[in-house]
Design a protein around this ligand. Structure first.
Ligand code: DGL
Length: 269
């Protein structure tokens, strides 16, 4: 069964972090429609157990497929780490392919590191799940990987991050093991983190390259649409819509900052 090409590309995250992925997709695939689910009522995902995360992935995937989607993007590392297979199984039964984070960043990091010393900054759920470890090992370069779990970073960002000295000190403490390991490449292993990229770059120094998922996800979505002849046919600029399980006003306000474009209507679930 092939999905209808006029359907939107659906994506979800625990909140506004996935908007950093949506932003890249809007730029790379301007004629596509998008439907974004921010599951902010269940934020944070990053401290949940694998079982809890799998349940949320199942619920989000089913909800978005019920609304109608021709491709699903899991724009959350914590959800990908525990539930990518579940999402693929459910979407696959509808003939819908799934694009996830983690794999693309591992490929980019392995390709650009010169010293082979790669850092990963992610939520506790993502680090404990070991998905980055496996994805980086699969690159076959014998990389030296330093992973740091940052339990407070996504909540600071999701809550609107007033950037005070306490936040800088917190981020600095997460960076300490990465500096000690002399990494030359850092994977931002949570879709919320591109928002603190300037702070990370200042603390780690300009020579450390920061790897995010957005661009690779957009490229991968484009390849899948082309291969399945699923591209939007109209040639006109597409639309994007939002669903939110939590407080709509704070999602809209913070989301506008993340997307750097107006959000428009947000449907409360
Ligand atoms: N944006 C989510 C991720 O990529 C994490 C935020 C959270 O803890 O919910 O892992």
């Amino acid at each position: 069964m092939t999905p209808d090409r006029s359907l939107p590309i659906a994506m979800f995250d625990s909140g506004v972090g996935g908007l950093t992925v949506l932003h890249e997709c809007l730029v790379s695939l301007p004629t596509e429609d998008f439907l974004y689910l921010g599951d902010s009522a269940n934020f944070p995902y990053g401290t949940k157990s694998p079982e809890e995360l799998r349940e949320l992935v199942v619920a989000n995937t089913e909800l978005l497929l019920d609304r109608g989607a021709k491709l699903l993007v899991v724009a959350c590392n914590s959800a990908t780490s525990a539930g990518a297979e579940e999402a693929r199984r459910i979407a696959g039964a509808h003939g819908v392919e799934v694009v996830t984070v983690i794999g693309p960043e591992a490929e980019i990091a392995a390709a650009i590191t010169e010293t082979g010393r790669v850092g990963v900054l992610a939520t506790p759920a993502t680090v404990e799940g070991g998905a980055y470890h496996r994805a980086l090992e699969a690159q076959g370069r014998g990389l030296e990987v330093t992973e740091v779990a940052a339990p407070d970073l996504a909540p600071i960002i999701q809550n609107g991050f007033p950037f005070d000295q306490a936040v800088v000190d917190k981020v600095r403490s997460y960076c300490e093991p990465l500096r000690a390991a002399s990494i030359d490449t850092l994977i931002l292993g949570c879709t919320h983190y591109p928002l603190v990229a300037p702070m990370l770059q200042r603390i780690l120094g300009r020579d450390v390259r920061l790897v995010t998922a957005g661009h690779a996800i957009a490229a991968s979505a484009q390849r899948i649409l082309e291969a399945g002849s699923l591209e939007a046919g109209s040639g006109e600029e597409g639309e994007y819509r939002f669903l939110c399980t939590g407080d709509v006003e704070s999602f809209r306000e913070l989301g506008t900052r993340f997307l750097q474009m107006p959000l428009g209507p947000v449907e409360r679930l």
